[in-house]
Design a protein around this ligand. Structure first.
Ligand code: SF4
Length: 376
């Protein structure tokens, strides 16, 4: 960062006190929120851009400000075993702590100007919007919620008081110090396992694989958070049968057979517009490989594939939840989440019957009177 950029950043710095940092002996401040451990001089921002040093403290500069709100089907997160068919109020802020060259939300994650953030999104206003729209959960998504931890946790705690659940959609790149606070506020998480090689993470995301594997094990074994995993398959980068086998075997071995795995299709975007989209056959092959390792619930995403998006009983093979994109087409679970044919338990968070939200995706604004207003 050059001097004029530092001066501009300092001028613009405003926010709430951030947690997870320490003063270093050389006078810099180290952010301990994610495994980047950015070391900052006064006036500098971290790689995520939204956490910054002002004087002798760290700030979160996006607290209470959002890049937009949308009521989505929970299946779009994607979560297939968590309150199927219900609406979820989704929002994000700006910035990201990864630098994925294939980012599908780069307009938000790479946002530098604060002008695209809607202000007046205080926690209680978001929770009220969730209530008014009948949303069963709030999803922290679009950009990685790890970087706005203080804001996400405040919204999540306010939501819990009103019986609304919380969903994190994240790359899982968070330090061990911060994991507990963040995930204890969540009820479900979809974590990207972007690939199964450290070289991929380093080259395409400037990150490391190990902390993400640690996050996955932490969520599964040390929290009550419902966990699903997404892997975006990019032709020529992470779609070899050997890598898919290794990734699936690791999940089977370390997390068990019941953690759902979603293989989703890549569409050329951001800095990887020269790579073709993922063929449907690659997704189907990946699904077959993962199922052959013993994983019980493996899905395809971002393609038309009813068979690959439905949920089946691991014991007798009956279709338990039929899905066509985000629409539920059939339901064969008992009121306590077991197969109606053979009685085997399907792991997840289910209610007596599915919701009826369907595939609708409705952007909303938080109006001047702080009511949620659906946009035409
Ligand atoms: S959260 Fe942001 S400032 Fe903190 S270490 Fe990660 S990238 Fe750096």
């Amino acid at each position: 960062m050059n001097k004029s950029e530092t001066a501009q950043s300092r001028d613009a710095l405003d926010g709430v006190p951030a947690r997870y940092w320490q003063k270093l002996a050389d006078g810099r401040i180290q952010c301990d929120l994610c495994p980047r451990y950015c070391k900052l001089h006064d006036g500098q921002r971290g790689l995520c851009f939204v956490r910054a040093r002002r004087g002798n403290e760290m700030l979160l500069t996006t607290y209470g400000r959002s890049s937009g709100f949308c009521i989505d089907p929970i299946e779009k997160k994607p979560l297939n075993h968590f309150l199927p068919g219900t609406p979820v109020l989704s929002f994000g802020t700006a910035g990201c702590n990864l630098t994925c060259k294939f980012c599908q939300n780069w307009d938000i994650s790479k946002a530098r100007g604060d002008d695209r953030l809607q202000s007046d999104a205080a926690p209680e206003i978001i929770v009220r919007a969730a209530q008014e729209t009948g949303s069963r959960a709030i999803a922290y998504t679009y950009n990685d919620p790890v970087i706005f931890l203080e804001y996400a946790v405040d919204v999540a705690n306010a939501a819990r008081e009103q019986g609304i659940r919380n969903v994190a959609v994240t790359a899982g790149y968070i330090s061990d110090k911060a994991r507990e606070e963040f995930f204890s506020a969540m009820d479900a998480a979809n974590v990207d396992l972007k690939a199964f090689t450290d070289s991929y993470y380093r080259a395409l995301c400037s990150a490391k694989l190990k902390p993400i594997l640690e996050t996955l094990e932490y969520i599964k074994h040390e929290t009550g958070v419902w966990l699903e995993i997404t892997t975006l398959l990019i032709p020529g980068h992470n779609d070899s049968p050997a890598e898919i086998t290794a990734l699936s075997e690791w999940i089977m071995d370390r997390l068990g057979p019941d953690v759902p795995l979603h293989f989703s299709a890549f569409h050329p975007d951001w800095k990887m517009r020269d790579v073709p989209g993922t063929p449907a056959a690659t997704l189907s092959l990946a699904r077959d490989i993962a199922k052959n390792t013993g994983l019980r619930h493996v899905y395809t995403g971002n393609v038309q594939d009813e068979a690959g998006q439905s949920t089946y009983c691991h014991a007798c093979g009956r279709c338990l939840i039929g899905r066509n994109w985000y629409e539920i087409t059939s339901w064969a679970l008992t009121e306590n989440g077991c197969c109606r044919s053979c009685g085997a338990m399907c792991e997840g968070v289910f209610e007596e019957r599915p919701g009826s939200w369907g595939a609708r995706r409705i952007p909303i604004t938080l109006g001047g009177g702080h009511h949620a207003v659906a946009q035409p």
